[in-house]
Design a protein around this ligand. Structure first.
Ligand code: ATR
Length: 296
């Protein structure tokens, strides 16, 4: 059976959404949305839809979402977050600014709107995980300048961070990102060299790892934390494993730590609310369920 027919059969006439990617088998989105569907006794479905990285395949996806009455939208993961943009009817301003869409919502008139909820998820998990952290309290450090960093840098600058120190192995990518997201009101994005990353931690209120270093199967992040204030929060968006070497070292010296699972869960909230019409929160029980599903 083709994946579209299979998804429609699984949904059985109920409203549905899905994670769309290539590959898509590894995604934990069905576990987190499935938890909310059960928690709220909603008669809906959240499935998986493998879609090849070809324009024609994405065009088919758009046609499918529009012509299937009970399709409410979808999430997008690699490698579709950028390529989908010209095919949608409307891009929400936040997604346009980041240049990536992770959530599609079918509006009442049947048109498709692209949104990006990664920055929202990042900030919500930060607010829950480090309740005393304040955006305007001082400089923050962000490691990495890839797709995830774009949403996170935008969110932190929007939240009012006075100085963001951006550090990436390939410095050019950090410079480009810094130019794109410097607000023009005197607050700064400062690009430091990768080799100087330990020194950049001096006086910061928050350290964020958005690189893939520390992820299962990747090299660990090699970072000297000596200069990091003990009051700083340390946030690693990696979630496999939950306790990366960065978080273990930071925790051992008394820093407040936030793992990547919270961001994964919180970024799902706006999509769920738009598709299924119920407001949802992230609970310890959901965290345990999704962590178990991840095997972490
Ligand atoms: P994502 O969408 O998850 O952000 P990405 O866009 O591929 O993924 O970005 C990966 C990030 O991890 C980049 O900042 C990358 O640095 P480069 O721009 O120099 O490639 C960073 N990264 C990956 N492997 C790295 C390594 N071995 N050392 C340092 N940084 C690394």
């Amino acid at each position: 059976m083709n994946p579209y027919d299979q998804l429609v059969a699984e949904a059985g006439g109920r409203p549905f959404a899905a994670i769309v990617g290539w590959p898509v088998e590894h995604s934990r989105s069905p576990a987190l949305h499935g938890f909310w569907l059960r928690q709220h006794s909603i008669d809906g479905h959240y499935g998986r839809l493998p879609v090849e990285p070809k324009r024609q395949a994405l065009e088919e996806l758009v046609v499918f979402l529009k012509r299937t009455p009970n399709a409410r939208g979808c999430n997008l993961t690699l490698p579709h977050k950028v390529e989908i943009i010209p095919l949608l009817d409307r891009i929400a301003p936040g997604a346009a600014r980041i240049g990536a869409v992770n959530t599609i919502v079918k509006l009442a008139d049947g048109s498709l709107e692209g949104r990006n909820t990664d920055g929202f998820g990042f900030l919500e998990a930060l607010n829950y995980g480090a309740q005393t952290w304040r955006a305007d309290a001082g400089p923050v450090v962000v490691l990495g300048a890839g797709g995830a960093a774009r949403a996170i840098v935008a969110a932190l600058m929007d939240a009012g961070v006075p100085e963001l120190r951006l550090i990436n192995r390939t410095q050019k990518a950090a410079i480009d990102l810094g130019i794109a997201f410097t607000p023009g009101d005197g607050r700064r994005i400062v690009v430091d060299r990768w080799d100087d990353r330990g020194g950049a931690l001096d006086g910061t209120t928050l350290l964020v790892n958005t690189t893939s270093l520390g992820m299962k199967g990747q090299l660990p992040l090699d970072l000297d934390l000596t200069k990091l204030p003990h009051t700083a929060a340390v946030y690693d968006i990696v979630y496999v494993p939950l306790e990366t070497n960065l978080l273990a070292s930071a925790r051992a010296r008394g820093n407040r730590c936030i793992d990547g699972l919270g961001m994964l869960l919180h970024q799902g909230r706006p999509g769920f609310e738009a598709w299924f019409g119920a407001k949802v929160t992230v609970s310890a029980e959901q965290r345990r369920a999704v962590a178990a599903d991840l095997g972490v």
